[in-house]
Design a protein around this ligand. Structure first.
Ligand SMILES: Nc1nc2c(ncn2[C@@H]2O[C@H](COP(=O)(O)OP(=O)(O)O)[C@@H](O)[C@H]2O)c(=O)[nH]1
Ligand SMILES: [Mg+2]
Ligand SMILES: [Zn+2]
Length: 216
């Protein structure tokens, strides 16, 4: 327990340093978290294609193994750096700082970090982002905010993804949103489908406003 506290304290210090550094560069930084398969990479791919020319993004991809997601992002033409955590189950602030050295930050205004698929410990590890964005897909069950409250409390935004599948499921959208707000009253919720594009415009508007604000 003492070791854990120490690791988190050290990470918090590094995350604060990242935050100051990213702020100096006028970067809007988001940390995307979810369980595996909720659609983080798909949302990034669609967002990068639809917002091409509207912002100057780069992506950091976190996975235990493979560069599959980095390859998918690279296909959009956006600069990307893969981090493999091996046995590790989350990104930390130190990894993110080093990965960001792959980019010319002076010529970017948006840094999107896809965390390792895991709804537990990424909640505790600040990376120096402006916001955690939690992706929950409608195939996962509406009670996930109650089961993983730390993560939903840590997130400022929830992307409720795969709404194109709603007609085939008995997922209760209103109940899910109510449970998310019960653990995190201020959470901003966007209902989206990275497949059909439904609901994505509201997410892009939120993103655009954040980019403008971060430029200062
Ligand atoms: N039907 C549907 N499938 C989706 C949607 N978004 C992602 N998927 C699928 O869900 C699977 C996992 O997506 P991926 O982006 O790799 O998830 P990640 O592990 O969170 O990065 C893939 O087979 C995607 O095609 C969506 O909006 N609708
Ligand atoms: Mg992914
Ligand atoms: Zn972990």
């Amino acid at each position: 327990m003492l070791i854990e506290t120490d690791i988190l304290a050290k990470n918090n210090r590094m995350a604060q340093a990242n935050r100051s550094y990213f702020q100096e560069k006028g970067l809007f930084v988001l940390n995307l978290v979810s369980s595996p398969g909720s659609g983080k990479t798909s949302i990034l791919e669609r967002t990068l294609k639809d917002m091409a020319g509207a912002c100057r993004p780069a992506v950091i991809e976190g996975d235990q193994q493979t560069d599959n997601d980095a390859v998918r992002i690279a296909a959009t033409g956006v600069p990307v750096k893969q981090i493999n955590t091996g046995a590790g189950c989350h990104l930390d602030a130190h990894m993110v700082l080093h990965a960001s050295e792959a980019f010319d930050l002076d010529n970017l205004d948006l840094l999107l970090i896809e965390n390792v698929g895991n709804l537990v410990c990424p909640a505790s590890f600040d990376l120096g982002e402006h916001h955690k964005v939690v992706v929950l897909s409608v195939t996962e069950g509406e009670d996930k905010p109650l089961k993983y409250p730390q993560m939903f409390r840590a997130a400022d935004v929830m992307l409720l993804n795969k709404i194109d599948l709603l007609p085939y499921l008995d997922f209760d959208l209103e109940s899910c949103k109510e449970m998310a707000r019960r653990v995190s009253p201020g959470i901003e919720i966007f209902e989206v489908s990275s497949r059909s594009g439904e609901g994505m415009a509201a997410w892009y508007a939120w993103l655009g406003a954040g980019i403008e604000k971060a430029k200062g």
